[in-house]
Design a protein around this ligand. Structure first.
Ligand code: G3I
Ligand code: 9MR
Ligand code: ZN
Length: 541
């Protein structure tokens, strides 16, 4: 007999809601399982796992262990006949509240240019970093203030487009699920009036303003050192010269989109700020109109930090036009939306390079009466068709998520959360809550119901990621990583040396290493956290 896989019973390590479905996934032979109340040792439910799905992405024989009947709040684990013990989890009315707060708090930890004090950062406090001015690339005499914002990831670069995606997810979460943002995180700026999510996004928006080129409205692509610093360098010790890379159309489109969105969302709290956002968005739009066909960004000579190259800026322009239209109602933007919508870029993607989905959401959220009938109908129908395709893929997947084998790419966990977001958007526009159930399955995967039995969020769950490729977590001497960060997740491309050496031949969903050298599987970024905030917010209203 083969050795039992002692991590074969996997669960959402945070837990399940009292009334909802509760399914663990067992990898292996059919077997009996018992749900055990941790406090008392009492067996509260006994069952047998179901038929196997031979799951190509994970290589698992995946079987559902359904214990939805257990509805008493408490802490539990599951024991299998083969001796396997699941992670510990709770059953509670609102199990994901702390998780959402933690995912949002991570943005505070990503802050640049300010000291993170012990009061808010606990053991992860550190000094102010990257406060020097940046040299405008190609103009050695010209230096600009680029202080503030969020670090992008495990490195300390600050990239305009990815920053805009992160803010967009957070602001959309707030617009759709405001009740989920009533509790304070808290943050140093918490004032009991403005929702903390808006205060945190303001940190990045304030930095983005600095990335807009004076006079032209174009937006610099990024602000980074020439090369990545060493892995154990704390932010305040990363003192190499900072460089501002050239303006790009993708960054300018993203900027226009997110600023137009901010103009709308901040209006009730700070009208002067909202006006400033709108003016900046309109200036960026003017730049876009004056630069119709420009090549995509590539790293200038001498700069080797993240490129975030994007050969197609139609989707960013579409998003910009749609947000400007939704915020102002002005016909010029409506015409631009209609013209851009005819172009063949993806309309339902929410990635840092493919921002078309945000344009679609902005247009649909403008409402039926404010939009052109045929375009509204086709975007809505397309969104629902895309959601239906994802639902179908979940049905065929052993771990009940929508990723196909080829979707386990660098940052696959972004795709997991983006797809869940899309399903929730489909719920919003159709009223069909079945989409939300499917979205929740994606959260279960992220939080441990996956073939590796790992929670991909640092500091959350019984068996979380411990060694992310995140410079402060490597360099700070604290055993636990900075909490609340979403790891990139499995990447079958084995894009770093560590992964190439240790993960050869593994099934796609197992191409992950909880090792700080594996930047292609175990880095963290702001725009992998942000869709997870959106998804958890839906389940906290
Ligand atoms: O889209 C294609 C897909 O069609 C194809 O099947 C698949 C096969 O590998 O590749 C997909 O492209 C991948 C792309 O990410 C998708 O977004 C590329 O292979 C992959 O190399 C690329 O990785 C990006 C990585 O930088 C390298 O450029 C990640 O998305 C991106 O998140 C990451 O970003 C880095 C920054 O550069 C620097 N800061 C940290 C950050 C996170 O690691
Ligand atoms: O640490 C870098 C990480 O943030 C990036 O996502 C990644 C890809 O651009 O690159 C990492 O830096 C590595 C570099 O590319 C190659 N040498 C090792 C570096 C890791 O310390
Ligand atoms: Zn910094």
């Amino acid at each position: 007999m083969s050795k039992p896989n002692l991590r074969s019973i996997t669960v959402n390590q945070i837990g399940y809601s009292t009334e909802g479905a509760k399914i663990a996934i067992v990898n292996g032979e059919g077997q009996g399982f018992r749900v055990i109340r941790e406090e008392t040792g009492e067996v509260v439910y006994a069952g047998k796992s179901g038929a196997a799905v031979l799951d190509k992405p994970s290589g698992a024989k995946a079987r559902a262990a359904d214990f939805s009947e257990v509805r008493t709040a408490g802490r539990y684990y599951i024991e299998g006949d083969d001796g396997s013990i699941s992670a510990s989890f709770v059953i509670a009315d609102k199990p994901y509240q702390e998780l959402q707060q933690g995912l949002l708090k991570a943005f505070y930890y990503f802050r640049c240019g300010v000291e993170l004090t012990g009061e808010y950062a606990g053991p992860w406090a550190h000094g102010a970093c990257h406060t020097a001015e940046g040299i405008v690339h190609g103009q050695p005499e010209k230096r600009l203030d680029g202080c503030g914002g969020w670090h992008d990831a495990g490195d300390y670069g600050k990239y305009s487009g990815p920053g805009a995606k992160a803010i967009a997810d957070l602001l959309l979460a707030y617009e759709l699920y405001p009740a989920a943002f009533e509790a304070a995180v808290p943050l140093p700026e918490s004032d009991g009036r403005t929702p903390d999510v808006l205060l945190e996004c303001k940190v990045e928006l304030d930095w983005l303003f600095k990335m807009q080129e004076a006079g032209t409205g174009g937006v610099y692509h990024k602000l980074t050192t020439l090369n990545f610093p060493g892995l154990d360098v704390m932010p305040e010790n990363d003192t190499a010269e900072l460089y501002i890379s050239p303006v790009s159309a993708a960054a300018t489109g993203d900027f226009a989109g997110v600023m137009a969105m901010a103009a709308r969302v901040y209006e009730p709290y700070d009208q002067a700020y909202a006006r400033q956002c709108l003016a900046a968005a309109q200036a960026a739009w003017t730049w876009l109109e004056q630069h119709p066909g420009v090549p995509g960004f590539t790293n200038p000579p001498g700069i080797t930090t993240g490129e975030y190259g994007d050969g197609n800026d139609q989707d960013e322009r579409f998003w910009a036009a749609a947000e400007l239209y939704r915020t102002t109602g002005m016909e010029v933007y409506h015409e631009a939306v209609q013209a851009l919508a005819k172009l063949p870029f993806p309309k339902y993607s929410l990635g840092w390079a493919d921002m078309g989905g945000y344009g679609t959401l902005a247009y649909l959220l403008s409402g039926k009466s404010a939009t052109q009938t045929a375009l509204y109908a086709s975007l809505k129908q397309g969104l629902l068709a895309e959601a239906d395709r994802l639902v179908q893929q979940c049905r065929e997947d052993g771990y009940r998520i929508s990723l196909l084998e080829e979707d386990y790419i660098w940052g696959s966990n972004m795709l997991v959360m983006n797809n869940a977001m899309l399903l929730l958007a489909a719920e919003h526009f159709s009223g069909n809550t079945a989409y939300a159930g499917c979205a929740l399955d994606h959260l279960h995967y992220l939080m441990g119901r996956n073939v590796l039995d790992i929670s991909y969020v640092t500091g959350f769950g019984d068996r979380p990621v411990m060694h992310p490729h995140h410079r402060p977590s490597v360099g700070d001497g604290v055993a636990d990583p900075v909490p609340g960060m979403v790891s990139g997740g499995p990447d079958r491309g084995l894009h770093d040396e560590y992964a190439a050496r240790h993960l050869q031949g593994k099934p796609a969903a197992q191409c992950f290493a909880d090792h700080d050298l594996s930047y292609s599987t175990n880095e963290v970024t702001i725009y992998w956290n942000s869709p997870a905030v959106f998804v958890t917010a839906r389940f906290n209203v």
